[in-house]
Every structure is written in C-alpha cells, then in structure tokens.
Design a protein around this ligand. Structure first.
Ligand code: ADP
Length: 516
C-alpha cells in the first residue's frame, strides 16, 4: 500500500495526539452514542475512577454509582445541543466496586460534542483535572479561618466585658489588638488603633517614650514588666493605672507578640494619698502637745527633786519614758510622711562609721536593761552620708533585735569592710522570721505574724524607714533568718576611706555597759 505525504502528516499528528492522550496529567475519555459508551480513556482517567473494565461499556454500566449525580443528564444535553459544558469544582462520588468505600472527588472538566465528517454529533469528549486536593485544602483552611474568627470573636466579647484594658503589640510596638474599655478611654475604634504605636496615639510624649521603650525591652529580654502611671484621657478623665507587658513567644522562641493588661488603680492610689495625708496631719498635730507635755514633766521632775519627793520623781521618770516612746512613734510617722512626699532630707558629711555604731549601741543599751549589746568587730571605715539618719537606721535594727529576743540574751554587732563597701550586721538569737515573711519585713506597716507578735508592740515602720535611709545612701539592707533561729540584719554602705591603723579610734570594739 502506498502512503502519501498527507497520510504521513496525519499519522504524525495522530501519534503526537496519542502521546498527549496517554501522558497528559488531565483525564480524558471518549464517549460515543446515546448511552455514552466508553471508546477510549487515558491513564489519568483511570486514576480518577479506579482500575475498572470500562471500554465498550455504556457509562451507567461502567460507573453505576454516577447514576443520580446529574452527569448523565449533562452528557445528554451536550449530545443533543452541541453546546459544551464546563464544570468547575464539581463533586462526584465514585465507588470502584460495590463493596469498596465511596470516595469524594472534585473535578474541573469540559464535555465537548464530537462530530463526524458530516457534522453530526456522534458522542462526547470529556476532559478535565482532578482538583480534590486543592478543594479540600481550601475547605480546610476556610474552616480554620472560620474557627479562628469565631475564637477571636469569643475572646473579644469576653475581653470587652471586663473592666481591665487588654491589648497586644507586634515586635515594633504597634497595636494589633485592644479591647473595648481601652478604646473607649482613648475615644477611638479598633481600626484606628491597629498599626499605631503609643507615639501615634493621645499619650504625652514622655509617657509614650517610656511605654514604647518597655515594649522593646520585653522583646529583647523576654521578661515581663510591671509599672504604674498616672494618665489623663483625651476627654479629661484622670486616673492611675497599673500595667503589665508580657512576652508571648513564637515557634522560634523569640517574642512574637507583647501582651498587655492595665488595671485602673485610681481608687487605691487616692485612698493611699488620703491615708498619707491623714498620717501627716495627725503626726504633725501630735508632735507639739507631746513636746510640751515632756517639757512640763521635766520641769515638774526638777521641782519635786528639789523638794526631795523621790517617789514622785520616780513616777515622773516612768511618765517621761512613755513620752519618749510616744515621741519615737510620732517621729516614725513623720518620717514616713516625709519619705512619701519625697521630703526626707539628708545632711551629708564624711564620718567614721564605727563611732556612730558605738553611739547607737549606747543609746539602745540605755533602755535595754535585760539585754547585752556587744560591738564585736570594727571596720575603721569612713562613709559619706547623714550621720544621724544612718544612726537612726541602726537604732531601729538594734531596738528590734532587743524587742524580738528573750531577756538575758546578747545582740552582736559587727562592721566589716569588703572592697568598696562596709557591712554592718546586727545578730540576735530571738524569734526569727520565716522565709516567706522575710522578704516583706522592709515594707511599710508590715508586721510578721508569729506567736509573740500580739505581745510585742510596733507599727511596722522601723525597717521601712531604715531601708529608705540606707537605700538613699546607695546602700543595701537585708536579713538572714529562720523562724525560731534568731535573725541577722545587715546593711552595707559605700566606703569613702579606711582609717589608718595608727589613727584608729579608741572606742570600739567595746562591750557596752550592761544596765540592770
Ligand atoms: P515593728 O517592729 O514596729 O513591728 P519593723 O518595721 O521594725 O516594725 O519590723 C517589721 C517586722 O519585722 C516586725 O513586726 C517583726 O515581725 C519583724 N522583725 C523585725 N526585726 C526582727 C528581729 N530582729 N527578729 C524577728 N523579727 C523581726
């Protein structure tokens, strides 16, 4: 048989088409006649429907499960009208055998009419791609997005109904969320706050700078920051706020988000201010009459002494001792109000610490009849500061050591230098302080609870004042103790100079006179 060049072109075209048909990732099937008999199907088509014997069979016999899914009707329409049908992400349920599980597939496909040379429609060419993975992936992500949206709505409505401000920033300090109470205070919407830093919002410049710097610090150090600030809103609402900025770490272990919450503490701050003002007024008003009572008692004491009334003088001595206690209490209250208002002033000079220690010991020993205070070691250190105030801090420690230890025990005092600082220690063998209470003893009005507490009077101010004095001198104060094991209180101060051995003063170390 002779093959002409036209035939050769046709053969080449056919083999090229066959290759496309066989290797195409798209599925293809050729259907013929009114029953849509499978004439050809490519491997991608078998991948879709499973390895079944379909060639030569009508569609309904080959794939019985498609009955009722609408595909036969679509094919019929194409066959009758010649109008192609394009399906997008259409769902088809397939079942390879009667006992096999039903699988869901999504397909993008085209049904196209096939015609013979005369132009009559003889069947349908179906081709398309399996987009199941794509559709399922999209459905899943849509579901996730829905879920996230629902969660976000839930958190938002939860957070809207609390009075605290709750908000979050990205790593650059831009708001990514704020609950309604903060938005209401600022008078803006969520859309308006998102993407803004404190500098873009109605905050005074210095406060915005501080808050922004705190966010950067949380990002860098991955640690929470707690602070408080006064703030006046754009509508003139003045308040005090306590806020916490916390790191939220991402998968890489770095800070992804800084979460913030703010509590309005205005009421508490105002109450504290009222209390401070009350204490200031009361202690000030008490001071004058107590001072004049003391003066009258002294006058009376002298007169009765001249008259030789020894027993009345002794009684007045007791009155005087009580007045001294009262004066000390009033002094403490006045000091606290000075500390609170930043008015505690120091008159600073260089002085030999050991001399002051010896004086403080002597002062406390005078009234501590049943204790012995021993100055065991001296440092010869010179420090710079307010001699009287440092003496006051030490007196407070010594008074406590006596107050919280049994009669006939000893209190040991040492001063020791170490590089640039001198440490004073006051050791007693008294009731001690439990580990959970020890960190609080330097707080204002704090009194550790122990069996003796009720019996031992005090306001819980001595250590607070001592701590303030020491810290304002650049020093530190701390305690080592355990319940029932006695306590040692320490404070250290920067040293200006050490005295030369030859200039060593003669007084300490000494054992103070034991009054009985
Ligand atoms: P106050 O003695 O007036 O209560 P302070 O501020 O001096 O107040 O002390 C606070 C608390 O610390 C005391 O109430 C006491 O519980 C405890 N404390 C202080 N010093 C000692 C000490 N040497 N031994 C045991 N407890 C002490």
């Amino acid at each position: 048989m002779q093959i002409d060049s036209g035939d050769q072109t046709a053969i080449r075209e056919l083999s090229a088409l066959t290759e496309v048909f066989e290797k195409a990732p798209a599925f293809m099937a050729v259907l013929g006649g009114a029953d849509h008999v499978f004439e050809m199907a490519n491997p991608a088509y078998y991948q879709l429907i499973g390895q079944r014997d379909i060639i030569g069979k009508p569609l309904l016999a080959a794939l019985p499960e498609v009955a009722g899914q609408g595909y036969i009707e679509l094919l019929d329409a194409v066959l009758h009208t010649g109008v192609p049908f394009v399906g997008t992400e259409m769902k088809v349920l397939l079942q390879e055998t009667a006992s096999a599980p039903e699988v869901v597939r999504y397909v993008n496909f085209v049904y196209q009419a096939r015609r013979n040379r005369q132009g009559e429609i003889v069947g349908v060419f179906a081709h398309g791609i399996d987009v199941t993975d794509l559709v399922i992936a999209r459905q899943t992500s849509e579901e996730h997005a829905q879920q996230l949206k629902r969660q976000a709505q839930m958190f938002d409505s939860l957070l809207t109904n609390i009075t605290d401000f709750v908000y979050a920033f990205d790593r650059e300090g831009r708001f990514i969320y704020s609950n309604r109470p903060l938005l209401d205070l600022l008078g803006i919407s969520l859309e308006q706050i998102v993407g803004k830093t404190f500098h873009d919002l109605p905050y005074p410049e210095d406060l915005a700078t501080t808050l922004h710097a705190y966010i950067q610090r949380v990002v860098e150090q991955k640690q929470q920051i707690v602070d408080e600030t006064p703030y006046t809103s754009p509508t003139g609402v003045m308040g005090y706020y306590e806020y916490i900025f916390s790191p939220v770490l991402g998968d890489d272990g770095e800070v992804a988000i800084v979460a913030g919450s703010t509590r309005n503490i205005t009421e508490r701050v105002l109450q504290e201010q009222q209390k401070d003002e009350f204490l200031a007024v009361v202690s000030h008003e008490l001071k004058t009459p107590v001072t004049s009572i003391k003066a009258y008692v002294q006058v009376l004491q002298k007169r009765l002494a001249r008259e030789g009334n020894a027993s009345a003088v002794a009684h007045l001595g007791k009155v005087d001792a009580q007045i001294n206690k009262l004066t000390a209490l009033i002094g403490d209250l006045l000091d606290v109000t000075k500390i609170k208002s930043g008015k505690l002033q120091f008159h600073e000079a260089d002085f030999a610490l050991d001399d002051q220690v010896a004086e403080s010991i002597e002062e406390v020993q005078r009234t501590a009849e049943h204790h012995t205070i021993v100055f065991e070691e001296a440092s010869n250190a010179t420090v710079h500061g307010d001699r009287d105030r440092i003496g006051q801090a030490l007196v407070n420690l010594l008074t406590n050591a006596v107050k919280y230890s049994a009669r006939e025990t000893t209190v040991l005092v040492k001063t020791a230098t170490d590089d640039a600082s001198v440490t004073v220690s006051v050791q007693d063998s008294g009731v001690g302080i439990s580990a959970d209470q020890a960190p609080h003893v330097f707080e204002q009005f704090y009194r550790a609870t122990n069996d003796q507490k009720g019996a031992i009077p005090g306001l819980g101010l001595g250590l607070y004042i001592a701590a303030e004095i020491i810290q304002r001198h650049g020093g530190t104060i701390w305690v080592e103790s355990a319940a029932g094991q006695g306590s040692t209180f320490f404070f250290s101060l920067p040293v200006v100079a050490l005295q030369l051995a030859s200039q060593q003063h003669s007084a300490p170390p000494v054992e103070s006179a034991h009054e009985s």
